[in-house]
Design a protein around this ligand. Sequence first.
Ligand code: C5P
Length: 402
Amino acid sequence: MSVSNKSILLVIGGGIAAYKALELIRRLREKGARVRCVLTQGGAEFITPLSVAALSEEQVFTSLFDLKDETEMGHIRLSREADVVLVVPATADLMAKAAAGLAGDLATTVLLATDKPALMAPSMNTRMWEHAATQRNLAQLRSDGVQFIMPAEGALACGEVGTGRLADVPDIISALEAFFGAEASPLEGKHALVTAGPTHEAIDPVRYIANRSSGKQGYAIASALAALGARTTLVSGPTQLPDPLGVKTLRVDSARDMLAACETALPADVAVCVAAVADWRAADVFDQKKKKDGGALAPLALVENPDILARLSKPGNDRPSLVVGFAAETEAVPEHAKAKLARKGCDWIVANDVSQAGDVMGGDENEVHVISADAHERWPRMAKDQVAGKLAEKIAEALVSA
Ligand code: C5P
């Protein structure tokens, strides 16, 4: 996957994070992309047209009413010659205007006139980000087809801490690379189904049984499969993660909902079950919030949840040709994984050693064994993204040679 030879129209909004657009231009150029920039009036308060022009080695477009620009390069042509329109930083104001379809300046006109996909990387104060109006605009823009590179959490320029920080430049570039897909697309024409995250099993209207799964590994696998050209469906339990770009994401709560969503998504060529599905759910869900009454709570009756991996592995017409399960083990990893392989009926088990509690679950690294009926590979410790990339390549090899 690469941005090489891609033409990117970068709209630079008027926020403090505008300075990061300069670094982004430099990195994209290094990777062989052509970057043309629209600098909004607000953006020009933070960085100068001269620095943008110097880094992009292109004319910088600043005004809708600059007749010279209009004769040389009309805004319609400008917006259509690009492969993608990328907005960095997308301010609350720019999002609101785009959501409303306003076209009072060059940036908004370009967004309205383009026939190409738009990606926005928002950046703003946490309260502005969380405000109902911004969230409404986000939902509107998403349903209009705009994709988002979501803001990160951290210390903001205004001194507050929260969500609203512009995604890091490498993350913006990865999102673009995923967007453009793989140069080589060995999984083109294949459908991949991935489960990820925890499930929430209701006890009463406000309480549920859950676990600490972050969904990171499953989301990374869905992204990696999509990057290799697979049409990818991600069935995700509740997580804090944004939908991966280029992946159809179905959000569910409970194990039973997850199973139903997976069954609807079939047929698939490969299924990768990464979700940490709750093993049990409450036999009866209380209709009303259970109140304290000074005494002990009678033990909750629990019943077993359906096993999604076992269901997808079951021989039959709709069995994907490759079914991959995950296993978290604390000891005798290969032996336990082998036993699980047989019990579930899947083709491979990716087993991770979670003996160092708190390290793998929710963390950014993973150390795995990939086990099949006749092979055992041990992979060194690496980032979850790398595990995902390597696994996606292994899946591609297996499907292509099948
Ligand atoms: O049985 P155990 O939870 O150890 O197995 C883990 C594997 O089984 C994972 O791939 C997980 O996604 C899958 N699983 C499932 N449905 C369940 C329980 C586990 O798909 N109810």
